[in-house]
Design a protein. Structure first.
Lengths: 640, 251
C-alpha cells in the first residue's frame, strides 16, 4: 500500500537544496559501479544522455529503443531551442528568473525544488553540448547567439537553425556511440519494452520483444530507468512520431507506479492545420516563428475566404497583440492555442474547415529583409511549402494548434525515482518540471538536465544499498511476466475481427480531442469515460491483426500500443474530471473569467494528482501530493 | 487520384523478393506518399492480406527512418526531401509508381521495404564523436568559433542518417554520410584533439562494412534530403590523406 507521497525534497533555502542534496547523496565507488547493470529504455535526449553519462561513470548499461537506431528518437524533431540562464545577452536573466518563468509558465502546478534545480543545471548543459561539438548558432564575433521564446521577456534560448533537437540528440547519440564502442553500453535497437518486472517490490527488469524476430526476452538489472517520452499519440493526430507510445510507462503504472497529472497535455499553437481525414500526423512549425511572425485573423467573418494579402491592415485582428499587449505574439502556448480556438469558434478561422489562423511575416521581411528571415527560419518555410504547396515568403502561413507534448507522466520524487523502488523516470516520461504547461525551449533543457546532470547524481541513492541483489532471469516473477506478455500478444492475434488497429486509434483520438482537448467540461469528460471502455471492449472482440507474432509485424506493434492507449485515455479523462479547476493546458470551461482566461483554484487543487492502478475496470485511486511553495507567491498568471 | 503501384515484397532477409502490382484509387493530392501507403495497408488488412512493411517515424523529414526508392530514385522525385515529405500532388493521375527499399550491399532487407542500416551506426561508433566527459566542459563562450565555420559545421551536421546517399550511389558508397560527420567535427575547435584518429577509424569502418568508393557521380548529393554537399567528401579525403601520412610517419 502507498502511504503519503514523499517528494524527498531536501530541506534548506531553495538555492541551496540541490548542492546540499548532492553533498548528502550516497556514492558508489568506481570499483563497485561495474558490478551494477542498469536498464535504460529510450534513447532520446534523456535516455541517450543518461546512458552515455552513467556508462562513462563505470556502470554497465543496457539501452533499448524501438527505432532502428538510437539516433532516431523523437527528440530529434524538436526545432526551436533550449533555454539556459547564461545571461549572455546581458538582459537581466538569472537562474532565479529562468526558474520563475518556468514555474509561472507551468501555472504553479510544478514542484518548486525540481524546477529550481532545472534552472540551475541549465548552464552546464550548454557547456556540455558545445564541448561535444553541437553547432549552436553564433554571432559574427564567434560567441553563442540567443533568441527569445514564448513566456519570457529575456533572450535565453540557444538554437541550431530550426534543428536544435536534432543537434542536441546527435550530441547525446555520439556520446552513446562512444560508450557502445567502449563496451560499457549494450545497445538493443528495434526492441520494445512490453512489461516491467518487480522482484520483492523493486524494479529489477523488463520483458522485451525483438521487433525483427518477434522474440520475447527477459532482461534483469539492478535498476530500471524509463526515458520513453510522452503519450501525445493517445490523440492519434499529434506532432509526435508515429511510433511514440505510452506502453512502457503504462505497463509500469499497471505494476504499481503512480501516474501523475495525465490530463496535462500541451496543445502547441503553431502547427500546420489538418487537411483531410487520411492524415497520419501533424507537423509543428517552431514557436520561434512567433518572434518575427504576427498572428491574425480577419475582423469580419465575410473576409475569411479572401486571399490574405487582399485584406487591408484595418480589417485584420492581431488578436494576441490586442489581448496581451506586453507579451503579444509571444504569449505562452496554452494561451495562444486557446485564443486561436476562440477566434475559429467565432467563425473567423481561415483555410479548409475554418480551423486556421494566419502567421504573417510581411512586417518582419520589410524590416529585416527576406535573407535574414530565410537564415533564421529557412528550413521551416521549406517544410511549410512541401506540405501545403504554399510559399510563406509571399503570403502568410496558416497555422492551428495541435497536440505536442505531455506534461503528465509517472510520478517521481526529487531523486527522479518513482514510488516503485529502483524504477527511475526521466525526461518527458516523468511529470515533474513543467506543471500544467511547458514553456517553449524547456523540454530539451529538462531531458538533458535529467540525463546528464541529475540522474547520475541521484541514482546512487538507490544503488548504494543494492549490491548483489540483481535477480536471475529465472526468478518466478520473470517467468510470470514473460508468460503474461506472450498471452497478451497471442490474444491480440487471435481476435481475428473486422476492424483495423488504426481505425480504433483514430476513433479514440477524435473522442479525446473533442472531450479532453483544448477545452474540457464535466459532461464531456463523463461521456468519454463511458465511451472508452466500450471502444476497448470492441477492440478486444473485433480488431484484426494480420500476420504472426514470431516475425516482423508492424500491425502487431501498433495493436499493443493502441490497446494501452485505450486504457490510458480513460485515466487521462478521469484526471481531467477530478481536476475541477482550470490551469495551464488544462482548461475546464466551468472555470474561466468573463473574458475567457483560466481560473485556478489554489485552495483545493495546488496538488499533484498521482493515480494508483486498482485493477482492470476498477477506478484508480487518487494520491494527492500537496505542492509546497516556499519561495514563490502563487500569482494569477498574467501576460497582458 | 488513381495509381498503379508496383511494390517490392520480401518475407525476410534470406527470402527471394519480387515486385507485386496493386491499384489504389480516390487519393487526394494533399495526401503524403506514406499516407497513401497507409491507405493501401488499411485496404489490404480489410481483405485479410498482410500489409506492406515500411519504416517511418517522425514523418517530417528529420528522423531519417523512411527508406523508400520510388521510381528508381532514393526518396522519390522531389528534392530535397525524404520520402515522408513527398505528396501525391507530385505525381500524375493514373501513373504507375514503383516502390522498392533502399538498395545497398550493406543494408540487408528485413522485410518488404524495411532495411537494416546498423552499418551507419557502427561507422559513428568507430569515432564519430568528441570524447567530452559529462561535467568536464569549460564555459561555453570561452572558445569563440567564427560564424562561417560554425555555419559550415552545421551544414555538415544536418545529415539525418537515412542512407539515401549509399542507396543512390552506383558503388553503394557511404562517403557522403561519413564525410559529413568527419567534416562537422573537424571544422570545430572541440573536434581537434581526435581529428586524425577519427577520420582513420571512421573511413576504415566504412570500408569494413562493405560500402564502395566514390567515383564522383554525385548521385548522393542529388538525393540527399539534408542537402549535404559533396565538397565534404573532398574534405574527408584531405583529412584522411593527412592523417594516414601522419600515421605512416609515426606522428
Amino acid at each position: 500500500m502507498i502511504g503519503t507521497l514523499d517528494s524527498r525534497v531536501p530541506a534548506g533555502p531553495l538555492p541551496e537544496k540541490w548542492r546540499r542534496h548532492q553533498n548528502n547523496s550516497k556514492l558508489v565507488a568506481p570499483n563497485n559501479r561495474r558490478r551494477f547493470e542498469i536498464i535504460i529504455v529510450g534513447t532520446g535526449l534523456a535516455g541517450g544522455s543518461a546512458a552515455a553519462t552513467l556508462a562513462e561513470q563505470g556502470y554497465n548499461i543496457k539501452s533499448f529503443c524501438y527505432q532502428d537506431s538510437p539516433r532516431r528518437a523523437h527528440s530529434i524533431a524538436a526545432q526551436g531551442g533550449i533555454n539556459a540562464a547564461k545571461n549572455y545577452q546581458n538582459d537581466g536573466d538569472s537562474v532565479y528568473r529562468l526558474f520563475y518563468d518556468t514555474i509561472k509558465g507551468g501555472d504553479f502546478r510544478s514542484r518548486e525544488a525540481n524546477v529550481y534545480r532545472l534552472a540551475e543545471v541549465s548552464n552546464s548543459i550548454i557547456d556540455q553540448c558545445v564541448e561535444q561539438g553541437v553547432p549552436f548558432a553564433r554571432e559574427y564575433g564567434g560567441l553563442l547567439a540567443n533568441r527569445s521564446f514564448g513566456g519570457a521577456q529575456v533572450s535565453r534560448t540557444f538554437y541550431a537553425r530550426g534543428q536544435t533537437g536534432q543537434q542536441l540528440l546527435l550530441g547525446a547519440y555520439q556520446a552513446l556511440c562512444r560508450q557502445i564502442a567502449a563496451g560499457t553500453v549494450t545497445m538493443f535497437p528495434q526492441t520494445e519494452m512490453l512489461d516491467l518486472v518487480l522482484v520483492d517490490g523493486h524494479a529489477k527488469g523488463i520483458i522485451t520483444r525483438d521487433l525483427i524476430t518477434g522474440e520475447i526476452v527477459r532482461h534483469a538489472a539492478d535498476a530500471v530507468v524509463l526515458a520513453t517520452g510522452g503519450y501525445g499519440n493517445v490523440f492519434y493526430l499529434s506532432t509526435n512520431a508515429r511510433g511514440c507510445n505510452v506502453t512502457a510507462t503504462y505497463r509500469a503504472y499497471k505494476k504499481g507506479a503512480l501516474f501523475a497529472n495525465p490530463c496535462y497535455t500541451q496543445i502547441h499553437p503553431t502547427c500546420i492545420p489538418v487537411s483531410g481525414d487520411y492524415q497520419s500526423k501533424l507537423t509543428l512549425m517552431s514557436e520561434s516563428l512567433r518572434n518575427d511572425g504576427r498572428v491574425w485573423v480577419p475582423k469580419r467573418k465575410e473576409d475569411c475566404g479572401k486571399p490574405p494579402n487582399d485584406i487591408p491592415e484595418a480589417d485584420r485582428d492581431y488578436y494576441l497583440e490586442r489581448k496581451y499587449p506586453s507579451y503579444g505574439n509571444l504569449a505562452p502556448r496554452d494561451i495562444s492555442s486557446r485564443s486561436a480556438k476562440e477566434v475559429c469558434d467565432e467563425g473567423r478561422g481561415v483555410g479548409p474547415g475554418g480551423r486556421g489562423v494566419y502567421l504573417d511575416f510581411k512586417d518582419a521581411i520589410a524590416r529585416l529583409g527576406e535573407a535574414t528571415i530565410r537564415e533564421r527560419y529557412g528550413n521551416l518555410f521549406d517544410i511549410y511549402e512541401k506540405i501545403t504547396g504554399d510559399n510563406a515568403y509571399k503570403a502568410p502561413m496558416r497555422i492551428y494548434p495541435a497536440v505536442h507534448y505531455t506534461m503528465g507522466g509517472l510520478w517521481v520524487d526529487y531523486n527522479l525515482m518513482s514510488n516503485v523502488p529502483g524504477l527511475h523516470v526521466i525526461g518527458e516520461a516523468n511529470f515533474s518540471d513543467h506543471g500544467a504547461n511547458r514553456l517553449g525551449a524547456s523540454a530539451l533543457m529538462q531531458g538533458l538536465a535529467d540525463g546528464y546532470f541529475v540522474l547520475p547524481y541521484t541514482l546512487p541513492n538507490y544503488l548504494a544499498g543494492q549490491i548483489g541483489k540483481r535477480p536471475s532471469t529465472d526468478h518466478p516473477e520473470f517467468v510470470k511476466a514473460e508468460s503474461e506478455v506472450r498471452e497478451r500478444t497471442k490474444r491480440m492475434l487471435d481476435v481475428d475481427g473486422k476492424r483495423s488497429v488504426d481505425s480504433f486509434h483514430r476513433e479514440l483520438g477524435l473522442l479525446l480531442w473533442d472531450k479532453c482537448g483544448m477545452a474540457r467540461n464535466a459532461p464531456g469528460l463523463q461521456e468519454a469515460i463511458a465511451r472508452i471502455p466500450q471502444l476497448r471492449e470492441e477492440f478486444w472482440n473485433n480488431v484484426t491483426v494480420p500476420g504472426y507474432g514470431e516475425n516482423f509485424n508492424q500491425s502487431l506493434e501498433r495493436a499493443g500500443r493502441v490497446a494501452d492507449f485505450l486504457e490510458f485515455g480513460e485515466l487521462m479523462c478521469r484526471d481531467a474530471l477530478a481536476r475541477d479547476e482550470s490551469c495551464g493546458g488544462h482548461f475546464r470551461q466551468e472555470h474561466q473569467t468573463p473574458d475567457g482566461e483560466a481560473v485556478r483554484d489554489d485552495e483545493n487543487f495546488a496538488d499533484v494528482f498521482a493515480w494508483e492502478y486498482q485493477g482492470d475496470g476498477a477506478e484508480p485511486k487518487l494520491h494527492p501530493e500537496p505542492l509546497v511553495f516556499e519561495s514563490v507567491h502563487l500569482a494569477t498568471r498574467s501576460y497582458k | 487520384m488513381n495509381f498503379k503501384l508496383k511494390i517490392w515484397r520480401q518475407l525476410g532477409r534470406d527470402s527471394k523478393g519480387k515486385l507485386k502490382p496493386y491499384e489504389i484509387s480516390g487519393i487526394s493530392p494533399a495526401t503524403s506518399f506514406l499516407e497513401m501507403l497507409d491507405i493501401l495497408n488499411e485496404q489490404l488488412t480489410a481483405h485479410g492480406t498482410e500489409p506492406v512493411a515500411f519504416d517511418s517515424d517522425c514523418r517530417e523529414g528529420i528522423c531519417g527512418t523512411c527508406s523508400l526508392t520510388i521510381n528508381g530514385e532514393a526518396h522519390g522525385p522531389s528534392h530535397p526531401a525524404a520520402a515522408c515529405q513527398l505528396y501525391m500532388r507530385e505525381f500524375k493521375d493514373g501513373a504507375t509508381i514503383t516502390i522498392e527499399p533502399f538498395r545497398a550491399r550493406s543494408f540487408p532487407i528485413v522485410k518488404d521495404l524495411v532495411i537494416n542500416r546498423s552499418a551507419l551506426d557502427r561507422i559513428v561508433q568507430a569515432g564519430g564523436f568528441v570524447s567530452a566527459r559529462t561535467g568536464s566542459a569549460p564555459e561555453a563562450n570561452s572558445t569563440p568559433v567564427p560564424k562561417h565555420k560554425a555555419d559550415l559545421a552545421m551544414e555538415a551536421a544536418a545529415c539525418i542518417g537515412c542512407g539515401a546517399c549509399a542507396a543512390a550511389c552506383p558503388n553503394a558508397s557511404a562517403m557522403l554520410f561519413t564525410s559529413a560527420k568527419i567534416s562537422h567535427l573537424a571544422l570545430l575547435p572541440q573536434g581537434q584533439p581526435e581529428r586524425r584518429r577519427r577520420v582513420l577509424r571512421m573511413v576504415r569502418q566504412m570500408d569494413a562494412e562493405g560500402f564502395g568508393n566514390c567515383t564522383n557521380t554525385y548521385e548522393c548529393e542529388a538525393v540527399c534530403p539534408a542537402e549535404i554537399s559533396v565538397s565534404f567528401i573532398a574534405k574527408m579525403n584531405r583529412e584522411y590523406a593527412i592523417a594516414s601520412l601522419g600515421e605512416r610517419l609515426g606522428e
